[in-house]
Design a protein around this ligand. Structure first.
Ligand code: ATP
Ligand code: MG
Length: 236
């Protein structure tokens, strides 16, 4: 089995007095694509934020690439190779495509800005366009490109296909397959079970801030009771 890259054990997380994450266990091995599913409010985004140092308070154990990163600042975690593509993309609307990428780029990263333009020809054609003027699909590609140029070992993708046209969703599924083939590990939050089935090696379901189920796509397809109990209709 390939090496363990990320291991969260008994991760608890709070927003102020709200105790949201209640003992989350997640492992990601080198080259693996793990999907995290769950209803609205289940704790998916909070988990991503906890892993990348964006929660005000966390407890438990969090080891990335052999290093204890619990409580480490976000920029340090990002620099060590854990890179978040946030929900709602978080790109700079007034900066151009190229400026957004150049700001994030790090020398020595596996992907350069030029690589991102090769990967997304549509973005290359719009390099002088402000981020805010891009279509939803282009913004998502820019957001992924921006994470790639930081040189991630694990890419965390929070609902990358949300609100996008089916043809763009297909392109993103294809892209995740390409990145996986290059050996990049990913944790994908995704509402569509079809997308998860298409790309994920392993699926996790979170409910009430705890991982309540783990298995592969085939197992989940067969487990109607689990889908009824922990997922909504759109992803069941
Ligand atoms: N900034 C915050 N302050 C307080 N509570 C929050 C905050 N953000 C989220 N929560 C609460 O934490 C819980 C988990 O939210 P989270 O955003 O992680 O859910 P999610 O699984 O990502 O849902 P969605 O599918 O809607 O994106 C919810 O009960 C939510 O109300
Ligand atoms: Mg969310």
């Amino acid at each position: 089995m390939s090496a363990l890259l990320l291991e969260a054990k008994g991760l608890n997380g709070w927003y102020g007095k709200s105790h949201i994450l209640q003992g989350v266990d997640i492992t990601i091995r080198d080259g693996e694509l793990v999907a995290l599913l769950g209803r609205n409010g289940a704790g998916k985004t909070t988990t991503m934020r906890a892993l990348t140092g964006l929660l005000p308070r966390i407890e438990g154990s969090l080891v990335f690439d052999g290093r204890d990163i619990l409580g480490r600042p976000t920029h340090e975690i990002a620099r060590s190779g854990l890179s978040l593509v946030p929900e709602h993309r978080g790109i700079f609307g007034s900066l151009t495509v190229e400026e957004n990428l150049n700001l994030a780029a790090r020398s020595g990263a596996r992907w350069s800005v030029a690589n991102v333009f090769e990967m997304f020809p549509a973005l290359a054609g719009r390099r002088k366009t402000p981020g805010g003027k891009l279509s939803g699909g282009e913004q998502q590609m820019l957001s992924i490109g921006r994470a790639l140029v930081t040189g991630p070992k694990v890419l965390l993708l929070d609902e990358p296909t949300e609100g996008l046209a089916p043809v763009i969703v297909d392109r993103l599924v294809e892209l995740m397959g390409e990145l996986k083939a290059l050996g990049l590990s990913m944790l994908l939050v995704e509402q569509s079970l079809d997308v998860c089935m298409a790309v994920a090696d392993r699926l996790l379901i979170i409910d009430g801030g705890t991982i309540v189920w783990e298995g592969d796509g085939e197992a989940l397809a067969a487990a109607a009771d689990i889908r009824d109990r922990h997922l909504t209709l759109e992803n069941a």
